[in-house]
Design a protein around this ligand. Structure first.
Ligand code: ZN
Length: 453
């Protein structure tokens, strides 16, 4: 058994002082407030959220897509072309090294779990590996190295568009028909069996563009209540494509045909009408928001005020992994609302500061999206925890919610000193315990990739 003791801790009932947290078997087994120092002493103890959406391999493209292409209206679609060229070269060793690096950065940023939306299944040219779930096994191996909690979502991706055109050359590494996907899903379940009991298997149809509408219900049944994620309503062009094919906007279509519920997490949702926003929020589904990537790709601004007003759940994901920064994701989300509405402290309430409301929402929604008993420091939950440096100059003299506000709006993830994932103490003094080896493997992988580009 391990015991942590914190000057301040954020508990489900609010802030508490002098809190002891006892952990065993990866779980929190007892929380005691107002007690004398015992065990490992910390400044500020918080629940560590799950990172609800990631495509690990895209981390190695960061910084490569900031030039203007021949298209005068450079957009998401030219970025996608470069991504397709890039992943035409990735091999399983590189996939594993990049994923371990991404997971290490997530842990150092304060995330305890990586929900990996994994669609890169086959060898270049689209030929399956001898083990159909080879690349899934590599993501699991990366999680063994990094120690992060993993919710792995193998992705079903079959078509190049809503007209069911075949996959283009950049997409054939993703593709399966439903039968082969079912085998891949089983293989992925076996691959994550090597990880701790906190690991989870979920399932993700890529998007309405890439999957047949009639396959969505069987896929959801295959998931059997486990996390079910899908990209939805990210780009105006996508909204138009769905409307042209079905007569409905994507969120309306999903509300009517998929009957979403708490097992569902829809990624982005940056293109919704007010009615769609309220309808989807009330369905109990999580909106998987990726504010830094959505800014990078110019996707649009999430209807945060309306969504929160309707009681909607949100989770935060680093998606393209151009930058893995938890505080910055939350700050970017709130700033997007302020810029659009000419407002301040957009998502604060009378009771909760902006930082507190955003952070708590990301913890609760992240746990729901990951299918993980976490998101709060509570008995029985996995011990997904992070500590902030109470000695940091920006936190001096702060208490309660302003600790979170100072971290999110004035500081950054360098304030994160320690992170535990299901009780595994993986970040100490701000650094991952296996940082050198993970960085060396990542450098080797990206050097050979850049040579080939
Ligand atoms: Zn994505």
């Amino acid at each position: 058994m391990t015991t942590l003791w914190a000057e301040w801790a954020l508990l489900p009932t609010g802030w508490a002082r002098h809190v002891a947290v006892e952990m065993a078997g990866g779980r929190v087994i007892r929380v005691t407030r107002d007690c004398d120092p015992v065990g490992e002493r910390l400044g500020i103890l918080l629940p560590a959220p799950a990172n609800a959406h990631s495509h690990a391999f895209q981390r190695a493209m960061a910084g490569l897509t900031e030039r203007r292409g021949p298209n005068p209206n450079d957009s998401f679609w030219t970025w996608r072309q470069l991504m397709f060229r890039f992943l035409d070269r990735l091999d399983p060793d590189q996939i594993e090294a990049i994923a371990a690096f991404v997971q290490m950065e997530m842990l150092e940023a304060g995330y305890a779990c990586n929900v990996e939306f994994h669609y890169l299944h086959h060898a270049p040219g689209g030929v399956p590996y001898a083990d159909l779930a080879e690349t899934s096994a590599r993501i699991a191996a990366a999680a063994e190295t990094s120690g992060i909690g993993l919710t792995l979502l193998p992705v079903h991706y079959q078509f190049g568009g809503l007209d069911q055109r075949p996959l283009g050359p950049g997409q054939i590494r993703f593709g399966n028909d439903l039968d082969r996907f079912a085998r891949l899903y089983d293989g992925t379940g076996k691959a994550i069996g090597r990880l701790g009991p906190d690991s989870r298997l979920g399932l993700a149809p890529h998007s309405l563009r890439a999957v047949r509408a009639e396959d969505l219900a069987p896929l959801r049944a295959m998931a059997g209540g486990a996390p079910f994620h899908m990209h939805l309503a990210e780009q105006i062009a996508e909204v138009e494509e769905v409307r042209a094919a079905t007569g409905q906007r994507p969120v309306n279509w999903v509300l009517e045909h998929l009957l979403p519920g708490p097992d569902c997490c829809f990624i982005h949702c940056t293109q919704m009408t007010p009615e769609e926003t309220e309808g989807l929020a009330r369905s109990g589904a999580v909106a998987g928001l990726c504010p830094i990537t959505e800014s990078s790709l110019g996707d649009g601004i999430f209807e945060g005020l309306r969504w929160f007003g309707a009681g909607g759940a949100v989770a935060i994901g680093s998606d393209s992994n151009i930058r893995i920064a938890l505080a910055e994701e939350l700050r970017t989300l709130d700033y997007s609302q302020r810029l659009r509405d000419h407002s301040r402290a957009a998502l604060a309430t009378a009771e909760l500061s902006t930082g507190r409301r955003l952070f708590q929402a990301a913890c609760a929604g992240g746990a729901q999206a990951a299918g993980r008993a976490s998101g709060a420091i509570a008995e029985g939950n996995w011990a997904d925890l992070m500590a902030l440096d109470a000695e940091h100059v920006d936190l001096a003299g702060r208490s309660g919610d302003t600790l979170l506000d100072a971290w999110i709006f004035a500081g950054d993830d360098r304030m994160v000193t320690d992170v535990w994932s299901a009780g595994r103490h993986l970040v100490r003094e701000g650094r991952h315990i296996r940082r050198e080896a993970i960085v060396a493997a990542y450098r080797k992988a990206t050097a050979s990739l850049m040579e080939a580009l």
